[in-house]
Each structure stands twice: as C-alpha cells, then as structure tokens.
Ligand binder design. Structure first.
Ligand SMILES: Cc1ncc(COP(=O)(O)O)c(C=O)c1O
Length: 388
C-alpha cells in the first residue's frame, strides 16, 4: 500500500463537498468548520508585504533552509521573555507552516513502526502524517474535562515510543492545558527519554496572562521539548505558510534534511511579513485576542439554552467549542444534516478520533473565530431549533 493510502482524505476539503448543491440563498451558511482567519492581514502588514516585494531583492530568492536569521532571533528573544527561559536563535527553525514543523519533527524523531502518543481527540493532520510515515498513533483517551492524564500516558510508553504530542490551547477541544499538567508530561518524557512535542499554534489566544508553562526555564529543555508555532492565526498569514519549531541545535540539523528536501526554504516574503508582524503588531494581536475571548464568552453565555436540550459543552477556548450532541445519530451524519437543515457547517468528532471511537460519534467541533456575537446567537438559535 502506498504511504498516502495509509490515511484518510483531508477533512476540511471533505466537509466542503457537503455544501455542493445546497441552496443558502435565504439562509446564509454559518461556516464554523475551519480554524483559520477569513480576513486578510491588517492594512499595515499588507503594506509591509508590498514594500518587501518591491524593495528587498533577496525576498524573491531561496534563503537559508532553517529560515531568515532575523526572524529566528526575534522569535528567540520574544519567546525567552514570554516564557522566562533561555532560547537562542540557533534553537529556532522557521518552517513552511506549523504542519510542516510537525512533519519535520516526526521525520527527524521516528522510524517506521515507531509510536507516538496523541491525546484523543487529536488534530487530524497530526494523525495523517503519522499514518503516512508508518508511525503508529497510540491513542491517549482524555477525561470528561478533555485533559490527558500523564500517569495513564506513562503506561502507554513502550520501547518504540518516540514522543508524546500535545496541543495547547487544544485543537479541537479548546481546552488550555494547566501549566502543572504540561510540566508533568515534560517530566514524564524527560524520565523516559522521549520527546515532548508541544504545538502552541493558539498561544496568542490563551485566556491566561503570563507564561502558559515553565518548560523553557529548565536549562535542559532542549533535550526533551520540541515547541511548534504557527504565524497563520495571529497575523492572518495562512496563505504565506510560515511556522516555527524550537528545539535543540542537533535536532534542527536533522530536521534541516527534511526541510531542504520538501521546500528548500520557507516562503521568504512570508517570513519578512512574520518578522514585521512580530516587531510591529503586538497591540493589534492583543486586540484580536480580546475579540476572540469575547466570542468565547458569548458561547459560554448562550450555551445554557442548548444545555436544556441535552447538549454538553466539553471544551471551550482558543478558536473552538467542543460539543456533545443529544441526537440518536452519529456525528458525521449529524454534520451533513446540519448543512441541509440548518445551514451550518461543522466538523464531526469522528474526524478527530480513531475509527469507531464512541465519543467521537457524539461530538462536534465549532470553530467560532470568524463568527461575531450576533452570528453566535444565530448559530445557537439554529441549533436549538433543530428537529431531528
Ligand atoms: C494545532 C494546529 N497545528 C498546526 C496548524 C497548522 O498551522 P499552519 O497554517 O502554520 O501550518 C493548525 C491549523 O489549524 C492547528 O490547529
């Protein structure tokens, strides 16, 4: 069997196909399926991108495989301050998006038939890459609060385990992993000699102030921790493909082989855009965070209406509300019905869980980042009015 046949179709594309032939003319579609900003970057950033395109000749050429030195330094400096730790520029690799950072990380850590532990529900692209690499996804069931248990994870580690991969704030559940929980996973990984992959794509929208964990304060963090980040969300740069991995120099040297082969270098103009954003858009990003937190509050405030009908709010945060539905049907059937009957596009829990997982069949993910307060009210009205 080929590598690609080992995994499933891209979920967001599959969900888009459910829209074909459905008429939304008298009730516009509420699309809460994809966790990506729909608006372009702010005007100042677009201007900066235009200036780079016109005035920086190097921005059109291949650059260093591991990224623009100035961007690596900026990230090292800002992260060292934010996490109260010590990160140097040569411990930062810039990648073509955070998905590529994960792919490079797995390729650098794993051989075929190795194992990586993922909390369930997982981010589907993590699962897909493990499948395509011939790496076994070892499912770590989460509790009712959607948090993974380090003691249980410890029981799942075998001689073939290479890493535990966590996403915090979490996609798809929204939950923010407490600093002590992240620390407990780190200690476990350190003790057992495996890597902790921490995807913090949604770090800019964390509701907590201050550092979300203290791992970078450990002088030996680079032996265990591989931190991943995306410039896609905070700066609305999804189409420019810029992400980062923060790791030991030795691991980055291995990742460089992968990155050189698949992309040679990250998008140069995108990297200049990310750098400009980091240096100039702090206040703007903080305003975006306030808006996302307000939308999250709107979900929490409106939810009791759905709760009365048997819905449960299992997780809320970052861009996501993770819901348990009350209907006697599987979530993938429900998701298709929601398009037809309510003009709502969501992704079912089955897309974030292994085949046959009973919980996934009862869950849906709402990616609310693009829906304002009025839209959230409308979303809840439509869900409350369902007759299934
Ligand atoms: C947890 C997580 N990691 C990575 C990504 C992909 O980010 P990028 O656009 O930087 O590849 C996403 C996007 O939805 C995500 O949710």
């Amino acid at each position: 069997m080929s590598r690609t046949k080992a995994t499933f179709l891209p979920p967001v594309m599959e969900a888009r196909r459910w829209l074909e032939g459905v008429d939304f003319s008298d009730r516009p579609l509420i699309n809460v399926s994809q966790a990506a900003p729909v608006d372009p970057p702010p005007q100042q950033l677009r201007q900066a991108i235009a200036d780079v395109a016109l005035n920086v000749p190097d921005a059109h050429l291949y650059g260093p495989v591991l990224g623009l030195p100035a961007l690596k330094s900026e990230l090292a400096t800002q992260w060292s301050a934010a996490y109260q730790g010590s990160i140097t520029a040569d411990q930062v690799g810039i990648t073509s998006g955070c998905n590529q950072a994960f792919s490079a990380t797995i390729s650098m850590l794993c051989d075929q038939d190795d194992e990586v532990i993922l909390p369930i529900p997982y981010y589907f692209n993590h699962r897909m890459w493990l499948d395509m690499q011939g790496v076994k996804t070892v499912p770590l069931q989460t509790g009712p609060d959607m948090l993974p248990d380090p003691a249980y994870a410890g029981e799942l580690i075998t001689p073939r385990t290479r890493a535990i991969a966590l996403v915090t704030p979490n996609n798809p559940c929204g939950v923010e992993y407490p600093a002590e929980l992240v620390r407990a996973f780190y200690n476990l990984c350190q003790d057992r000699g495996i890597a902790l992959i921490l995807d913090e794509t949604y770090r800019d929208f964390d509701s907590r102030t201050g550092a979300p964990h203290d791992l970078f304060a450990d002088p030996n963090w680079a032996d265990t921790l591989i931190h991943l980040y995306s410039f896609s969300k905070a700066y609305r740069l999804t189409g420019h493909r810029v992400g980062a991995m923060v790791s030991s120099v030795a691991r980055l040297e291995e990742a460089e082989k992968f990155l050189d082969t698949v992309a040679i270098c990250p998008n140069q103009i995108g990297q200049y855009a990310a750098l400009w954003g980091m240096q100039n858009l702090g206040a703007w990003v903080s305003g975006e965070r306030d808006e996302i937190l307000d939308r999250r509050a709107a979900i929490a405030e409106g939810f009791p209406t759905l709760e009365q009908q048997g819905w449960k709010l299992r997780g809320l945060g970052a861009y996501f509300a993770y819901l348990e539905h009350p209907f006697a049907m599987d979530s993938d059937d429900l998701a298709r019905e929601l398009v037809k009957q309510a003009g709502i596009l969501v992704l079912p829990g089955t897309m974030f869980t292994p085949d046959g997982d009973a919980d996934g069949k009862r869950q849906i993910r709402i990616a609310f980042a693009n829906v304002d307060r009025a839209g959230i009210t409308e979303l809840f009205t439509r869900l409350a009015g369902l007759n299934l």
